[in-house]
Write a new protein. Structure first.
Ligand code: BYC
Length: 329
């Protein structure tokens, strides 16, 4: 089964014979589903891959607050405003759990933030698309959080203990996020013709960017084979994308909206929907920094980092004074 997975996702994974003794013992622990904890020995590449993936995930939660934060002051009712505010606050919390998990691997949150702002680290491609109407809040919750959950539920079983535990907490809140999005879509889809048109337009614009969240096709995924061998990732990008399509199409039908893919159809033989792949050129352009909102998003994060410097410095000065006082007692 494992050998088959690796074959289907690419090469580059060491055979047992090529591994050192430490690496073999480490792989045995992974194969036995024993969680790896911060003080355990781990290959340097395992550590680096985790810092990259967890850090990217943490940045996504924080940058992901921006497109929704854009609508908090314009939510149509007090109730919608409170719900959206709570969701955006949850995302700040998710970012913090994840930064804390990454810090157990010997990298500080400040370093990760500097790497984000310099363009060395990434965040999810999805947050480089604009949120133009209130219906986009529905589409983000339904599709973007829906795709995030599809990816994150298996990550609860990821091999690195602190990451796995952070994902368990995060997944509990994500399902509320998706339901609030679907609830907005229901209201819009059952509303006036103009509201239904807005809901369809939001689906049209967010469908393919949501499919891109799962990463490039397996043939182009650089990290999948090794990440799956180490059980950092549990499924391939294409497996999760297919599951997402299969789950989402009936939800769109229930809303009375159409998925913007004329070639989408049920394939009884495969037991899955056939669908048109996203435009991968667009995906690679967006992750290189050339999406519609990359400059705006990084600009906002840079400004927040700069303007918050005095707060961080003040808090550190206070913490150092307290520590010195306690040490002197
Ligand atoms: N966006 O070898 P691959 C959320 C990069 S948001 C940008 O397949 P991997 C939420 C990839 O980094 C969801 N870049 O990579 C928050 C690599 O480049 P580098 C956040 C992407 O890591 C607020 C290259 O493409 N969730 O929850 O094996 C509101 C080749 O890819 C993307 C996570 O981050 C992308 N979409 O697989 C609402 C989940 N895809 O680094 C919702 C954790 C790929 O070599 N992450 N790249 O320069 C993962 O599961 C994996 O990292 C991915 C990619 C499946 C995303």
């Amino acid at each position: 089964m494992y050998a088959q997975m690796v074959k289907s996702t690419g090469k580059g994974v060491k055979t047992r014979e090529e591994m050192s003794e430490d690496e073999r013992a480490f792989q045995d622990k992974i194969d036995a589903d024993t969680k790896i904890e911060p003080r355990d020995w781990m290959p340097e590449e395992y550590r680096k891959t985790l810092v990259r993936q967890i850090g990217q995930h943490a940045h996504s939660e924080i940058v992901g607050q921006l497109p929704e934060g854009n609508w908090i002051t314009r939510a149509p009712t007090l109730e919608r405003k409170m719900i959206l505010l709570a969701k955006v606050q949850d995302e700040a919390g998710h970012g913090l759990y994840l930064y804390a998990a990454a810090e157990t691997l010997g990298v500080s949150r400040d370093e990760m933030t500097e790497d984000l702002l310099s363009g060395k680290m990434k965040y999810s491609s999805i947050f480089n698309y604009p949120t133009l109407t209130w219906a986009d809040m529905g589409a983000v919750g339904w599709l973007v959080d829906g795709a995030a959950i599809m990816n994150q539920v298996p990550l609860q079983r990821t091999s690195y203990g602190p990451y796995s535990r952070a994902m368990i907490r995060i997944c509990k809140e994500e399902s509320f996020h998706q339901r609030q999005g679907y609830d907005i879509m229901m209201k819009m889809a059952q509303g006036s013709p103009e509201q239904k048109r807005m809901a369809q337009d939001a689906l049209n614009r967010f469908w393919y960017p949501s499919l891109m969240m799962f990463g490039p096709s397996d043939a182009d995924s650089v990290h999948s084979a090794q990440s799956m061998a180490w059980k950092i990732k549990i499924n391939t990008n294409d497996e999760l994308r297919q599951k997402f399509v299969d789950q989402t199409v009936p939800q769109a039908e229930y809303l009375g909206l159409s998925i913007p893919d004329p070639d989408l159809k049920w394939n009884a033989e495969r037991g899955h929907y056939d669908f048109t792949e996203p435009d991968w050129q667009e995906f690679f352009d967006v992750i290189k920094g050339n999406g519609p909102c990359n400059t705006e998003r990084l600009g906002d994060r840079t400004r927040a980092w700069e303007e918050g410097r005095w707060v961080r410095e003040g808090l550190m000065a206070h913490a150092n004074k307290r520590a010195a006082r306690i040490a002197a007692e």
